[in-house]
Design a protein around this ligand. Sequence first.
Ligand SMILES: [Zn+2]
Length: 438
Amino acid sequence: MTTSAMTSPALNVLLDDVATTLGSVDQTINQMMAVKTALLATAARIADDEPFDSVDSREMSHRAVATELAAVLRISDRAVEAQMGDAALLVNAFPATAAAFGAGRISYAHMRIILAAGQPIETAEGRARFEKIVLPRAESESPNRLRPFAKQAAERLREVSFTERHSEARERRGVWVREADDGMAELVQFGPSALIHAEHDRLTQMAFAQKTENKRIAKESKNDDFADERMMAQLRCDILSDLILTGVPKGHTTTDGLLGEIQAHIDITVPALSLTDPDALAAPGHLEGIGPIDPETARILVGQTPGFDRVFTDPVSGTVVAVDRYRPSAEMRRYLRARDRRCRFPGCRMLARLCDGDHTIDHALGGPTALSNLADFCRRHHVTKHCTPWKVRQLGGGLLEWTSPTGRTYVDRPPGVATHVTFEDIQDRMPDPDPAPF
Ligand SMILES: [Zn+2]
């Protein structure tokens, strides 16, 4: 006798249909992923085999190919370049896995796990043995079960000692920021395990001492206002901010001895209303190129700054229409930064503050130093503009039209410009700032 998943026969038939269709949809997605991976590997081979005429280096050739594909896929070219690298690695270093993936015997998730676990194996023989061990398992187990098995198998086939691997891993140490929602972000430090745990332990001890001290004061003064309600995690976070923003490094110094004097730098935009009206708390400040910050923090920061630029924006389109005390040079650069906020290559989010101002039509070729001929590009895309066949022209109102090496066109809008606004609209509202030399 068979048992049904659902007690109602009608629902059971429906569930059976959903399960069958889901299975074939999943199979189709995996087949499509295999095709996509093969295409990305082909793109990597095109970049290796056929450098563009004006580009002689392999790197430029890969970047030119990645930018062309990234614009079609509407993702960043850095991401596409990484995907091309992974696809090439699969085809060149793990041929048996590539064949199993292409034939639909393993899924995209299985393939990623085999690649990640097997990548550190140094020799082709080692990788071939690894594939022989893990592929049968991949064809019969879920990705989650495959992962620890593949890691263990790879570990046994590696030829480099832990000590050597650790010193190599140490070279990848670093600190970076990950954006989160609601005006929050994460600061991530990747470093030697012993140091990281020591840092966490010191923060914990400091947080505990602070909490104990505040409790003692509250008890002695019989005033509960001094009692610290913060959780240990919150205290660790607050103390870490104190240490990083105001502490002085002991193990590092410069010849002038002023390393510890360096202050943190951020650019924020604050609606004038939220500075003057204490009830206008709904309109948050904006951290340049990142996202909203709360008005309270914005007000405190503005109160501490020696001066700031006023930026006037169109209330409908959000386009920057003027900057206070407009002068050429520094003012013009500030205007550009306020308009562009980030690199103006399609898909790139590098902050304008870290970008180069670029003459769209080269200054040497008669291009004027005017806002209608200037835009911010990060170093990577500045080089892309000059060293690959990508072309760019200004449409007015800060809109840039890019043409890829194969002739596809893309319009990049300044972040403040609403997408439903046409450029004729914007040109009507834009002031006509005098062209001025940089
Ligand atoms: Zn860029």
